[in-house]
Each structure stands twice: as structure tokens, then as C-alpha cells.
Design a protein around this ligand. Structure first.
Ligand code: LLP
Length: 388
């Protein structure tokens, strides 16, 4: 079996860097494509915010998937990477005028609109270009997903979407505006969701809402259920794929798609998280009074998830099989929260050992920063190395 990491090749590289297992990415995309191919009216729009590395984007677009964007920059990156403009959807509570204009210029497939004032501005800017803007209304379904409170979005108290109570008024408005074409409804309940009951709840809410709209003589159009499928951070090698079967099956069994409507998904994390790792080197092992620190050259500026969400990433010493010792694995940034893991059992660490932070392909590279004037992380791809 091929080793997970080409350690010998890593030795000549400067750390920290992101390493992407392209075989895993491709097999994941193939799995998803084949599950989707059973349904002519189901479409995937990859959520670019999870990872917008141009090389990954090219591979994802070449699989025929669409893109879910949340900024003008993402729309441009999607077009550049070969996503068909018609397959691009554009969400976000605060789309700036230039972003709307850019998206209109590219003739994207759909604006996911989150408020009435936004709808009016899109109508106005579309008029200036002599175009009709395709629009879905993002509804806040008031479904609480079992995930970290910073990444739930579907609760009434969140800033996202239009409440069910205000929907029919805003929809009437959308139908009456000259430069708007109503395309459907958009939902998203949160991220890193592992309990399929949350998605089942979303289906039930959508079913109730579409029957209410149809009873009122209003259209439903296409349904976009957003993203949110979680991945297994604890055991990356045992579960390299998210539960795509269970996820799609939940929608197949519980969502009543009105006749003629298409179903859209916006998965991000589950497509790219498992294939990425942040590779760092041990700089120093420091003996504290009560604990031992492995100080590595990677930090919260390359991978902020542990500092920001107390997120867990499996930490492995991939260059040693020495007996295990317990460490706090910390980065060099001047913040006490620059800690990748506390009380982590690792093969005894020495200066120069390679430490991998696994399942970092989603919201890793895209959330990196230059705080402390650190350089942005480089990236390497498994297909560029000869495994020995
Ligand atoms: N669609 C919408 C409208 C979204 O807001 C998101 C993610 C997605 C799709 C993709 O969701 P996914 O399939 O990746 O769960 N930075 C956080 C995650 C933020 C998610 C934001 N929205 C983290 O590192 O966990």
C-alpha cells in the first residue's frame, strides 16, 4: 500500500505547507458524481469558500460540478477555474454593488438573495446592464443543527436568510420586479453536521413551506438545500469519505420535490477536508514544570480552526515511531490560543520531525492569514511526488 505521506520528498521542502492527496480528492469527487448521476434533476455546486486553491478548483470544475460563491472574488475564481457561469450560485447577506455587477456580467446561474433591500439593488443593477437577474430567496428554516454555535446558520436568531413569516411578501415583490426572474428557494442550516436527523428536519420544513406556498398560489421553483455535511476528524484513515450515501438518501426519502423542480446542493467541507493536511516541523521541545511542549513551525495563521472554534484535528508525528510521550502542540504566534492540541500523545518528538495536522483541506488554506507578517502557506500535491 502507498504510504500516506512522501516523507523523503518532504525533507527538502520548507515547512509549514499544505499537502493535498489528489487521489483521495478524485475518488471523493467520483463517488459524489456517481451518486448524483442517478438523478437527472440533482446538481452539486461546490462551496468554494472551503478551499479555493486553483488546482483543486480546476479538478472540481472538470467533474462537471457547479460552484457556490460568497464574494465577487470567488465568482471570478470560479469562472477562471472553468466552472460554467450558469452553474454558479452566489450567496451572502452583504453583496456589494461591484460584486453583484461582476456576477451579472458573467451571467451566473442564480443569486441567493437574503433580504428585500438586496433584491431591490439586484433589480436596479440588472436593469443598468439590460439583464434579468435569476434569483432564489434564501429562507431561514429555523432548524438548529447539532454543531458548533459559530457555524449554525439556520436559526431565527442568525443573520442569514429571510424568515418564513416574511417570505410570501418578499416573493410577491420578486415576482413583480421587471429585472428579476424568480428561480426558487435556498436553505442552509449549518456546517459539520453528522446527524442525518438535522437534514431530515430541514426536509420536513421545506415540505411544509412548499405546500403553504403552493396553497397560496405562489411558485416554489428549484430547491437548494445548501451544504453542511460533516466529516470524521477523529479517525481520518478509517473514514476517508463523508457519509455521502446517508446524506443523499435522506433527501431522496424525505424531501418532496415539487414536479419540475430541481434539487441543488452546496457541499464544501465534505468534498475537500479529508484530502488536505498541514505539514509542519518540530522546532523545539520545551520542558515545562508540569507539561512538555512540542513547538512547531506551523501556527494559527495557516490553520485557525483550533484557535477559532476549538476544532479538533488529528495530530500525527509522521516521521517517528519512537515510544509515545504527551505534548501540548503549539505554534510560534504571539497568542495564547495558538495551540493545535493539548495533552496529545505522539511518538517522542525531536527537532525536525514532521507533524501532520490531518483533515485540514477545508477552511484551512482559505482561512489563513499573514498575522505576525508570516508568509501565506505554500501548497504541494501528491501527484507531484514519486512515492518511495
Ligand atoms: N452554503 C452556504 C450558504 C454556506 O454558508 C456554507 C458554509 C456552505 C454552503 C458549505 O458548507 P459545508 O458543506 O462546507 O459545511 N469556517 C467554518 C465553516 C463555515 C461554513 C460557512 N458556510 C469551519 O472551519 O468549520
Amino acid at each position: 500500500m502507498k504510504p500516506t505521506f512522501p516523507i523523503e520528498e518532504f525533507r527538502s521542502l520548507q515547512t509549514p505547507f499544505y499537502y493535498y492527496d489528489m487521489e483521495l480528492l478524485e475518488s471523493t469527487l467520483q463517488k459524489v458524481s456517481s451518486l448524483l448521476s442517478a438523478h437527472d434533476d440533482w446538481h452539486m455546486h461546490y462551496a468554494i469558500k472551503a478551499n479555493s486553491n486553483p488546482r483543486l478548483l480546476r479538478i472540481i470544475s472538470s467533474m462537471g460540478m457547479g460552484a457556490d460563491c460568497v464574494s465577487g472574488g470567488e465568482v471570478e475564481a470560479a469562472v477562471e477555474a472553468g466552472f460554467q457561469p450558469q452553474s454558479i450560485v452566489f450567496a451572502g447577506v452583504g453583496k456589494a454593488d461591484w460584486e453583484i455587477t461582476t456576477a451579472l456580467h458573467h451571467n451566473i446561474g442564480c443569486f441567493n438573495v437574503e433580504s428585500e433591500p438586496e433584491l431591490l439593488i439586484i433589480n436596479e443593477l440588472a436593469g443598468i446592464q439590460g439583464k434579468k437577474a435569476p434569483v432564489a430567496l434564501r429562507v431561514n428554516p429555523d432548524v438548529g443543527a447539532h454543531t458548533h454555535s459559530n457555524i449554525t446558520t439556520g436559526l431565527a436568531e442568525n443573520k442569514f436568510g429571510i424568515s418564513k413569516e416574511q417570505l410570501s411578501d418578499i416573493m410577491q415583490k420578486a415576482l413583480s420586479l421587471p429585472n428579476i426572474v424568480f428561480r426558487g428557494l435556498h436553505f442552509h442550516i449549518g456546517s459539520q453536521i453528522l446527524d442525518m436527523a438535522d437534514f431530515m428536519m430541514l426536509c420536513n420544513r421545506i415540505n411544509e413551506l412548499s405546500s403553504t406556498l403552493l396553497r397560496q398560489g405562489l411558485p416554489v421553483g428549484d430547491i437548494n438545500v445548501g451544504g453542511g455535511l460533516g466529516v470524521e476528524y477523529e479517525h481520518p484513515d478509517c473514514f476517508p469519505y463523508a457519509n455521502f450515501e446517508g446524506y443523499f438518501d435522506t433527501f431522496k426519502r424525505h424531501l418532496h420535490l415539487p414536479p419540475g423542480s430541481h434539487l441543488h446542493f452546496e457541499l464544501g467541507r465534505s468534498l475537500v477536508a479529508p484530502c488536505g493536511s498541514l505539514i509542519t516541523r518540530v522546532l523545539y521541545v520545551k520542558e515545562g514544570i508540569h507539561k512538555r511542549f512540542a513547538i512547531v513551525d506551523g501556527s494559527m495563521t495557516e490553520l485557525i480552526r483550533p484557535a477559532l472554534y476549538q476544532a479538533f484535528h488529528r495530530i500525527q508525528n509522521i516521521s517517528s515511531s519512537a515510544p509515545v510521550t504527551r505534548y501540548d502542540v503549539v505554534g510560534p504566534v504571539c497568542e495564547s490560543s495558538d495551540v493545535f492540541g493539548k495533552a496529545v500523545d505522539l511518538p517522542q518528538c525531536h527537532r525536525g520531525d514532521f507533524i501532520a495536522l490531518r483533515t485540514a483541506g477545508a477552511y484551512g488554506e482559505t482561512m489563513s492569514s499573514q498575522y505576525n507578517l508570516r508568509p501565506l502557506p505554500k501548497t504541494y500535491f501528491s501527484t507531484d511526488f514519486k512515492f518511495v
